[in-house]
Write a protein that binds this ligand. Structure first.
Ligand SMILES: [Zn+2]
Length: 246
């Protein structure tokens, strides 16, 4: 059988039967795939801690459509800085779940791979702020082709003026001629999100509190629209965020 060497992040894992595990992986080479890890529950010698969620690993597997068979996995990093802080853990789990729910299976997305790597490194360095989360989300939507129309009305194409846009269901952004009602998105919040797409580094985008909230409303709505199910880790994320803020 043909053995491939891949680079990957572990998105999630679940027990299978008495001794095996099924892991969801986001690989540089094939995008999201599922792997079968025989004996991973019984013996930690073979895979060690390499199948923990958001671990970055090198692996060898027999690649097949549907379910690949894992031969070996070596840890590049387990991100100890993330695992030491509840806020960072919840953001890391959430980022992995977004990829799990929104990426197509078996399609290479190297830009998204690099985005996830940069975000996890940022979380690992002790930063787990809301601005970084929103930076990750808008870039994720952009790479997947789901980006809201930030510069002009998605219906008539006219550029947004200083009053900004009105958000419709699903995160659609329209002008005041095309809709009479909708959640008001200020031009500053739209500009900040555009800046998040233009900059390639976390920590460069700075949001005012109100702007950050508006961006959050738009991004939460857009992400939910493109997912087939609710994000399970979102509640945990909201709890850890409010615990930090209060
Ligand atoms: Zn319009």
């Amino acid at each position: 059988m043909h053995l491939e060497k891949l680079q990957a992040f572990v998105l999630s894992n679940s027990d299978y039967g008495e001794s095996d595990r099924i892991v969801s992986l986001f690989t540089l080479e094939h995008g999201r795939i599922r792997g079968f890890a025989r004996g991973a529950r019984n013996s930690r010698r073979r895979f060690g801690p390499a199948l923990e969620t958001f671990a970055r690993i090198d692996l060898q597997l027999n690649h097949k459509e549907g379910l690949s068979s894992l031969r070996s996995a070596d840890v590049i990093t387990l991100y100890p800085g993330i695992r030491a802080a509840l806020g960072a853990i919840s953001h890391g789990l959430y980022a992995c779940e977004l990829l799990e729910c929104l990426t197509p299976e078996g399609q290479p997305l190297p830009r998204l791979y690099r985005l996830l790597a940069a975000y996890l490194e940022r979380l690992d360095s002790g930063q787990s702020g809301a601005a970084d989360r929103r930076m990750f989300e808008i870039n994720l939507l952009n790479i997947l082709g789901y980006r809201p129309s930030l510069d002009g009305c998605s219906r008539c194409g006219s550029p947004f003026d200083e009053r900004g846009a009105l958000m419709q269901q699903g995160g659609e952004l329209v002008c005041r001629f095309c809709a009479a009602t909708g959640h008001q998105m200020t031009s500053t919040s739209l500009r900040n999100l555009s800046f998040c797409l233009a900059t390639s580094r976390f920590g460069q985008a700075v949001f005012e509190e109100e702007t950050l909230q508006l961006a959050g409303i738009l991004l939460d709505e857009s992400l939910a629209t493109h997912s087939v199910r609710k994000f399970k880790s979102l509640e945990f994320l909201q709890q850890t965020c409010s615990a930090v803020e209060s």
